[in-house]
Ligand binder design. Sequence first.
Ligand code: NAD
Length: 487
Amino acid sequence: MERFQHYIDGAFEDGAGGFDSLDPATGTPWARMPDASAADVDRAVRAAHRAFHDPEWAGLTASARGKLLLRLADLVAEAAPRLAELETRDTGKIIRETSAQIAYVAEYYRYYAGLADKIEGAHLPIDKPDMEVWLRREPIGVVAAIVPWNSQLFLSAVKLGPALAAGCTVVLKASEDGPAPLLAFAQLVHQTGFPPGVVNVLTGGPEAGKSLTTHPLAAHIAFTGGPETARHIVRASAENLARTSLELGGKSPFIVFEDADLDSAANAQVAGIFAATGQSCVAGSRLLVQNGIKDEMLARLKAKAEAVRIGAPGDMATEVGPLCSLRQRARIDDIVAASVAVGARLVTGGQSPEGEGFYYPPTILDCSAVPDAPCVTQELFGPVLSVVGFDTEEDALRIANGTPYGLASGVFTRDLTRAHRMIRGIRAGVVWVNTYRAVSPIAPFGGHGLSGHGREGGLAAALDYTTVKTVWLRTSDAPIPDPFVMR
Ligand code: NAD
């Protein structure tokens, strides 16, 4: 069994408790993880708070912070193969995906390294004589960052990059499902040479999360996870009145019109729903397809889904691996069964296989007759595609916008003016046209409604970790008149 440790105030340590992490490909324990107690969390937040005010960090120039981030980016790039291996082992995400994604995570740190000394204040042309007024952009304070199990290195980079560029300090809580890659990442933070307490990494479940988000010294909660947990966090933030940025789930529509390039649409749809075994917040989990091409699209998707290579996540040839946990598979099984019971037609998949590991096959359900089936309305976070036919553009928009989510969306059409109408009409934080699932550190990402609020990526994310201080400076040497003398 490998053993992992917390990283608190610049030192590696065992947690108050511990738990075994399971290998999702076999279901057997492979590593011992520390489990943060409320006292561990408290020490980490206090260390981050001390570091925030310590001249060793607070006194650094923005350019010096940028250089540290650049060094971290280089270390992440060098360690990418080992980090990918750990994420694959601990979460079941296939090595093809973890290798590519973690190499790209380094680009996020590079982008924010370059941005550190470009977070500018402003000078105001104020409406009063003899007065200089300007705005300072100052870091908000201690950031409590919480991530779910899928893509933990990526989801933490989009928080740590902008937060550190802005001058904040961070306590990062890895998910209790598959924390190995983040606990290993802490060693890179240490090697980079950040002052102790600037970045702290620990793991644990909901209790550790609660201790972190309700801590009186947490100034900003950067959360990625499900809407139900987000509700707990927002309610709890009534205690410390911390700011929140919430990246939550989705039920993203993938809309295909009759004039689309069907080869591209089918390939993008397969990648959009079956990549990461469907455990992706932007999974294109609802295919809305124009009725004239519905049968053809379904036939193409069925053939592709059945040809997917399912296998060991560590094998480069594998295209779909196991889910992260048994709990996750049981939930998917239940929702698929409930959907079939109300009339959804199973096109392919739909049954947990016998044997070891938490596998679930690529599954397609035609829900045109039951557009309110649970698999159409609920986020499954698994390799399950729900298909609904439509006739007109208006129908497509109505169905696309008919959920409380609003994270991502895709439109496949060759008609330029229609594409523009759809871009305007879809309520989502991201619209991909004739492509799907492209991301970049340069492009903001986030959602509306039950998909959360706030944006990660781009300059906007770094500004989110700052607060504005307005400075008034009187430039006249004339004495301020006695306020009680009538003039
Ligand atoms: P989850 O909400 O159950 O857990 C996420 C994290 O919150 C974990 O680290 C967990 O320990 C912690 N947590 C749980 N209860 C808590 C509490 N009361 N207070 C504070 N922290 C608490 O989510 P999950 O099931 O691990 O992940 C799946 C969800 O994440 C899906 O809804 C998915 O769409 C979403 N997600 C969103 C994005 C995005 O960028 N929008 C990306 C990936 C995943």
